[in-house]
Design a protein around this ligand. Structure first.
Ligand SMILES: Cc1cc2nc3c(=O)[nH]c(=O)nc-3n(C[C@H](O)[C@H](O)[C@H](O)COP(=O)(O)O)c2cc1C
Length: 537
């Protein structure tokens, strides 16, 4: 018996923990569903209060009703939901990723699979209400998108030379009841599936088998957006996460293996000769991707469990489900690269900036006190060039900086960074994932900045922690408005501070300022310019 949860068991777990918002009223999947969920990302709701949404009464823009419910935000509307999928506490997620990547477990092949309880082939794929038309696939960005689009996908393809499968989360636009267009990024650092497509083309194959899986067990779903080295079979790493083999089954009409407990599997053949216009579609870099040629896929079968739930990711402008699911996966991999592969132990955290910039542009690395200048610059370069499409702007800060607070990062840049010595700019970067693509060799650059403390500084000028905490209890006794403390909210030493000044401060709060006055009187000096520094013995 497997111990890992499938997608519906994951939804049950979210419900039990109060993380699932069930919507039973009729909802139009084409114009209402994503805008409704979007409000929790743009409506000033704190991340911790975001929920997964389950829509049970779904119709389309023509009023046609569907019997399948749709879940949006169910994998990563926030980090807590992601941690439920990872079946571990938030603080253990990084270690769990590290262990799974180091200890992959191959899948277990089964013949009787949940995801093949219903099999549609032949005529059941063609004509109104059949094939893809049976599935309530939402429109993500109503007003801009040209099609309902699969978003919560694990797209499976196979390397025709090595036989190793790849699984990536790629969007696919509905074009007909039996045709999709899949978009696999062709840029360096883009889609693993595109490398398979190129190999098929090189061999002269006109077709590439493909299976698009919707609603995987969370451990498998999380493999889609994760960046793993090319050639690693993600199902084995999913097994590493689960601590047991993931059940897998042969697809019905293509030579691929798919996770057995998926909700839905769309099997088909990608044309490696012809391309077809796809998009506009609201992209995760925060702009609308305009029409472009992508890969048409002819559907050969749709298989699903008896009462499936459709999964859809909310992406586009960040923060979004797409950025949460990527961030929680990418940050540990970056940190592992810097600490374990490059051996720079002075790096204690990597934070990929999320709101509006979508993770790939700005990376902030946190550096422990005492780390050499050499190591800081190695770490900045390691961050900038680890992935071809990440780390355009890399900033090193000291450990007291809250990397979630850009005011604090600007503070570090303002007082701890000298633009003439602490910045490096280098060229030779592709335009990466964004609204502007490379045109005629156009290239972007990389900005690296050391905004760590280079020497001790005087304390941060806020009352010490114990005074702030005591004042907070008074604040609450007085029934004043609810506080949400944001670091830095209390003063602390930044190295340049003496015990004598602690003693003086303690006397001052005890009302004994005159004693301090008596001490300073003995320290008077003659003939010095005002503002000359004094340090007590
Ligand atoms: C919601 C969502 C949508 C995505 N859409 C695409 C896409 O359409 N094409 C693409 O190449 N990558 C897309 N990505 C990013 C890839 O999933 C990511 O780069 C992943 O590492 C690809 O896996 P691979 O390296 O095995 O190809 C998307 C990610 C998310 C979370």
């Amino acid at each position: 018996m497997r111990r890992y949860r499938d997608f519906q068991q994951h939804l049950d777990e979210l419900k039990a923990r109060g993380l699932l918002q069930i919507v039973d009223r009729p909802i139009d999947k084409d114009s209402e569903m994503h805008p409704l969920v979007r409000w929790q990302f743009v409506g000033g709701i704190p991340e911790a209060e975001r929920k997964a949404f389950l829509f049970t009464n779904v119709h389309d823009g023509r009023g046609r009703k569907f019997d399948m419910p749709v879940a949006v935000g169910a994998m990563a509307a926030n980090r807590e939901i992601y941690s439920v999928g990872m079946d571990t506490a938030l603080e253990n997620i990084a270690a769990k990723w590290d262990a799974a990547i180091a200890n992959p477990i191959p899948p277990r092949m089964v013949t009787d699979a949940l995801c093949q309880e219903v099999v549609l082939t032949g005529d059941a794929l063609h004509g109104e209400g059949n094939g893809l038309d049976r599935l309530p696939i939402p429109i993500s960005t109503p007003g801009f998108d040209s099609a309902p689009t699969l978003t919560a996908t694990n797209v499976i393809t196979k390397d025709p030379e090595t036989g190793v499968q790849n699984m990536g989360t790629y969007r696919a636009a509905l074009k007909a009841t039996d045709r999709l267009v899949v978009r696999m990024a062709t840029r360096a650092g883009g889609a693993g599936g595109y490398q398979h497509y190129l190999k098929h083309q090189k061999r002269g194959d006109k077709e590439m088998p493909c299976a698009i899986v919707l609603g995987c067990p969370p451990y498998v779903a999380f493999m889609g957006p994760q960046k793993l080295p090319i050639g690693v079979d993600e199902l084995t790493v999913a097994g590493g996460l689960a601590g047991e083999p993931i059940n897998a089954v042969k697809a019905k009409t293509v030579d691929l293996i798919v996770p057995a407990e998926a909700e839905i599997v769309i099997e088909g053949i990608i044309d490696t000769e012809y391309v077809e216009p796809e998009a506009p579609f609201g992209e995760s870099h925060g702009h609308v991707a305009l029409e472009e040629y992508n890969m048409p896929m002819r559907i050969t079968a749709i298989t699903y469990r008896k009462h499936p739930v459709i999964a859809s990711y909310i992406s586009q402008v960040t923060p979004s489900e797409s950025s949460v699911i990527k961030r929680v996966a990418y940050e540990p991999v970056f940190l592992h690269h810097l600490r374990e592969e490059l051996g720079i132990k002075g790096v204690t955290r990597v934070s990929l900036h999320e709101p509006l910039t979508s993770l790939l542009r700005v990376a902030i690395i946190v550096i422990a006190k005492g780390t050499s200048k050499d190591d800081i610059w190695k770490a900045l370069h390691g961050t900038a060039f680890y992935r071809a499409d990440s780390g355009k702007i890399c900033i090193a800060v000291s450990e007291d900086i809250d990397t979630e607070n850009m005011d604090a990062v600007f503070w570090a840049m303002s007082y701890r960074m000298n633009p003439t010595t602490d910045i490096k700019i280098v060229g030779g970067r592709g335009m990466g994932h964004g609204p502007v693509r490379e045109r005629d060799g156009e290239e972007d650059g990389t900005l690296m900045m050391d905004a760590t403390m280079k020497a001790d500084l005087p304390p941060l000028a806020l009352p010490k922690r114990e005074y702030m905490e005591h004042a907070k209890t008074i604040w609450e006794e007085l029934g004043l408005p609810h506080l949400t403390p944001r670091p830095p909210w209390h003063g602390y030493s930044l190295g340049d501070w003496l015990p004598q000044w602690d003693d003086a401060a303690l006397r001052a709060v005890k009302g004994l300022y005159e004693e301090n006055g008596r001490i300073s009187e003995t320290q008077r000096a003659k003939g010095l310019k005002p503002e000359t520094k004094f340090r007590p013995e």
